[in-house]
Design a protein around this ligand. Structure first.
Ligand SMILES: [Zn+2]
Length: 309
């Protein structure tokens, strides 16, 4: 501000033309990504203990709010300076920001990606088990018609399951008598087309090999932000699975063609399939060193019938 501006502001006060001042405030790292206010104290005492009037500036955002970073958009919380993750309501709109964890293809491990941390979702995505169109501007619009469920072989629906095909502690022939999924046999649930039971994103397609390095089967993993869906033991080779890593799938969409004796459908609360698989013979796992912390197997028969979300 110039001194003549000071005179314009309060010209009736004697000496106003000499009263304006300008200050330069160095922006420190502590201020970055925060909203700050500058407080001016006008006082008759050099130590500030006399009569005084305080003037508070409007909030000044220091490189905060929505910002471009790593080729996408992130949001810095003006109060904490932290990159937002998960759901955020900003000016009445809902946005979703990635936590930075993703499946490392082929390893089935859930790993941290610094570039992904805080990235705003755009386009169609599943978050917390529900489908949204975040468009180009990141504003969430629910696509609830994509939140449905399907039986993997809709023509036979739920059908029936023989002894040992069900979920949980049901057959002494297995390790710990525990079955971490539900088996849809080719004889009790006929048909080759395997339909997605819920929407989500394909996060890995990989194979399980025997000790001679021959493919036993291929599997596909679909994650909806809440549940990991494992489609395994149905596909003899990669070409039997017709979706790719990164694809979105919708409930009822054909994702592959079964050519083995059954489809094993697994559902876990953790997307860290390496950890889930390491705990195939127990209902759940907990490990504080892992990003998701814990995982629990869900009974697919219950979920497909009850449709819990
Ligand atoms: Zn099974």
């Amino acid at each position: 501000m110039t001194t003549s501006a000071g005179a314009r502001q309060a010209g009736w006060i004697a000496g106003a033309g000499n009263s304006a001042f300008a200050l330069t405030l160095p922006v420190t790292e502590q201020m970055n990504h925060r909203g700050i206010r500058v407080i001016h104290r006008y006082t008759d005492d050099a130590a500030g203990n006399g009569d005084y009037i305080d003037w508070w500036s409007p909030e000044i955002d220091i490189n905060t709010g929505f910002q471009s970073l790593n080729g996408g958009t992130v949001y810095y919380d003006p109060a904490t300076g932290q990159l937002a993750t998960g759901w955020r309501n900003v000016a009445g709109n809902n946005y979703y920001f990635a936590d930075g964890y993703q499946m490392k293809p082929g390893s089935d491990d859930w790993v941290y990606n610094d570039q992904l941390h805080g990235q705003m979702y755009t386009g169609v995505q599943w978050a917390d088990g529900h489908c949204y169109d975040f468009g180009r501007d990141g504003v969430a619009h629910a696509q609830s018609w994509n939140d449905g469920w399907s039986w993997p072989f809709p023509a036979s629906g739920e059908g029936s399951f023989a002894f040992g095909q069900g979920f949980g502690y049901n057959w002494a022939g297995r390790t710990n008598s525990y079955h971490d999924g539900l088996d849809f046999g080719a004889y009790d649930h006929p048909g080759a087309d395997v339909h997605a039971v819920h929407g989500g994103r394909v996060i890995d397609i990989a194979t399980v090999r025997d000790q001679q390095a021959r493919d036993l089967w291929w599997y596909a993993l679909v994650w909806d932000g809440r549940t990991l869906f494992v489609y395994q033991e149905a596909f003899s080779n990669r070409s039997r699975i017709i979706v790719n890593v990164g694809d979105l799938v919708y409930p009822g969409q054909v994702i592959g063609y079964r050519d083995l004796s059954h489809l094993h459908l697994g559902m876990n609360t953790s997307p860290n399939y390496r950890m889930d698989l390491a705990h195939s013979y127990q209902p759940n796992w907990t490990d504080s060193s892992q990003a998701t912390g814990s995982g629990s197997w869900i009974d697919p028969e219950w979920a497909l019938r009850v449709r819990p979300y």
